[in-house]
Design a binder for this molecule. Structure first.
Ligand code: ATP
Length: 236
């Protein structure tokens, strides 16, 4: 079943056309990776899906409903959650308080406790540090916190913006293992990354973006093996 369908999406910032006529889809249960160089338009696409940026034209359907005009809050409530680039954890708040912010739309205490337990089971390091100021976590731990916060709303679709950015190799592997684990537990994932090798290795399917356009698509393995991807993104 198609969970997210993007049809002829164009995004502009004033005179700058950042994304031109992009179409792609994410099916239930998949990890889909969008890869592309700096400025290809990846973040713009995610922010538009989340309702933070309005498209110039095009259609976004999530679970059969058009959402390109919906407010961000309503989109989160319908089961879509984004982990922003650079993580943006709330400093001055503890790890636990940051996680609670992820559940702000849900007043059901019992459910929130259950989701918190699920997040702590997946990220034991966050439980160990639950009373620590989020700003004092390492980069990898902050990424885990940002992912945990997004999972607190029990999303059907998780959008991840460059989760490996700025992390040490050992944390990068851990983050990608966690993404696969999240998929296995039944959450669909749309991942954008500059680390094409890792992102395609775990992807069911991928799309390559260049200057605002989709130029190539295939399964993760097909894209990893393609000459174009190897030359442009894998240094081969
Ligand atoms: P990166 O990997 O570097 O984050 P990206 O693929 O995510 O890049 P975007 O951040 O979506 O790319 O940017 C696409 C284009 O849109 C770039 O040329 C960028 O300068 C421009 N852009 C993005 N946000 C804005 C904005 N708020 N105002 C003006 N231009 C913007």
């Amino acid at each position: 079943m198609t969970m997210l369908k993007i049809d002829n999406l164009s995004i502009s910032y004033g005179a700058i056309e950042a994304v031109k006529d992009v179409s792609f889809e994410v099916r239930e249960g998949e990890v889909v990776s969008l890869i592309g160089a700096n400025g290809a338009g990846k973040t713009s696409i995610l922010r538009t899906i989340s309702g933070l940026v309005r498209p110039k034209s095009g259609k976004i359907e999530f679970l059969g409903q058009e959402i390109q005009k919906s407010p961000a809050r309503k989109i989160v409530a319908s089961g879509l959650s984004q982990v922003p680039e650079g993580r943006h954890v709330f400093s001055g708040l503890t790890v636990l308080e940051n996680l609670e912010m992820g559940a702000f739309l849900n007043n059901n205490r019992e459910e929130n406790q259950k989701n918190l337990k699920m997040v702590f089971d997946r990220f034991p390091r966050l439980e160990e540090r639950k009373n620590q100021d989020a700003a004092t976590l390492s980069g990898g731990e902050q990424q885990m916190l940002a992912m945990g916060r997004a999972l607190m709303s029990k999303p059907k679709l998780l959008l991840l913006d460059e989760p490996s950015m700025g992390l040490a190799p050992i944390f990068i592997q851990e983050i990608f293992d966690i993404i696969q684990d999240i998929q296995k537990q039944g959450t669909t994932v749309l991942l954008i990354e500059q680390n094409a090798n890792k992102a395609l290795s775990i992807a069911d399917r991928g799309y390559v973006l260049e200057t605002g356009k989709v130029v190539l698509t295939g399964t993760g393995q097909e894209l990893l093996a393609s000459d174009e991807v190897r030359k442009a993104y894998l240094g081969g």
